[in-house]
Design a protein around this ligand. Structure first.
Ligand SMILES: C[S@@+](CC[C@H](N)C(=O)[O-])C[C@H]1O[C@@H](n2cnc3c(N)ncnc32)[C@H](O)[C@@H]1O
Length: 268
């Protein structure tokens, strides 16, 4: 699909990229701690984000006690984004990263807000518009990005990779759309420093679903959050996945004792 920068954010910038999972339909995978078919996983992940979208930002502030704002700012700084850059925010949801990238790239840059989930994306797009900011928006699956090869200077995925069924395919797509010299930033929950594990487990499996129930009227989605974090590759495993997808000079930074890790890799 050709990519064109569009001027009208409301009527022209939403690209619906329908996804056909054909040969992969019968394979099994995990949804949190449960084994499900790949199509079932995609459906369940979509359900989670349709359900939490309206309270997503409030829950993020409560659950992380505001720390997610610092993690995201750090990610933007480490990305090296600069005025004029073309940036792709994958699984951008409610547009936190898109907004921060826009501050770096300025009016000469181009920052795309993308996500597979219409409920999350609508909130992200509306937040941008309410701020008087116009960015191109595309509803698309990270595993099949509707952008040409070598198009972006920076690609970012924050707290999204964990939910993807084929992380390897998604990372290869991120590599494909990056221009040589460009970098990928992956911000994601990771493996916490071992001595903190018991405390972190109690917090994740008891406090998070409780907060989800009170604030978002949905404890199941926040139980999935805790489980999906445990199923996500460790810092070193994700580094290897990125290298296998073609990224070079891959390194990571542990944030808040490894609750979150920021990975950066380059395409040369
Ligand atoms: C936890 S939210 C993160 C939103 C935002 N990046 C942030 O940091 O606040 C995860 C997002 O990943 C999106 N997502 C899940 N699977 C995806 C896929 N295959 N392709 C694109 N986005 C996906 C969800 O729809 C959801 O909006």
């Amino acid at each position: 699909m050709a990519v064109a920068k569009q001027d009208n954010p409301v009527t022209q910038t939403s690209i619906n990229h329908s996804v056909q999972h054909t040969s992969r339909m019968t394979n099994s995978t995990h949804f949190g701690f449960t084994t499900v078919s790949e199509t079932e996983k995609a459906r369940k992940v979509a359900e989670v984000f349709h359900s939490v979208a309206a309270r997503y930002n409030l829950m993020n502030d409560l659950m992380s006690m505001g720390l997610h704002r610092l993690w995201k700012r750090f990610a933007i700084d480490v990305s090296g984004a600069k005025p004029g850059d073309k940036v792709l925010d994958i699984a951008g949801g409610t547009a936190d990263l898109t907004r921060l990238f826009l501050e770096k790239t300025g009016s000469t840059g181009e920052v795309w807000l993308t996500d597979i989930n219409n409920s999350m994306l609508s909130i992200g797009r509306d937040r941008m518009l309410n701020d008087g900011k116009s960015v191109p928006v595309a509803q698309c699956d990270a595993e099949k990005l509707p952008f040409p090869d070598n198009y972006f200077d920076r690609v970012c995925v924050a707290f999204g990779l964990r939910n993807m069924t084929h992380k390897d395919a998604a990372l290869r797509e991120m590599w494909r759309v990056l221009s040589p010299g460009g970098s990928l930033i992956v911000l994601e929950f990771s493996k916490v420093w071992k001595p903190l594990q018991p405390l972190y487990d109690t917090y994740s499996f008891k406090a998070l679903p409780f907060m989800g129930k009170i604030v978002a009227r949905d404890d199941t989605s926040y139980r999935y959050l805790a489980e999906s974090i445990r199923m996500h590759p460790s810092q070193e495993e994700l580094k290897q996945l990125m290298q296998q997808a073609g990224f070079e000079r891959v390194e990571y930074f542990n944030l808040t004792a490894g609750v979150v890790a920021l990975h950066r890799g380059y395409k040369f």
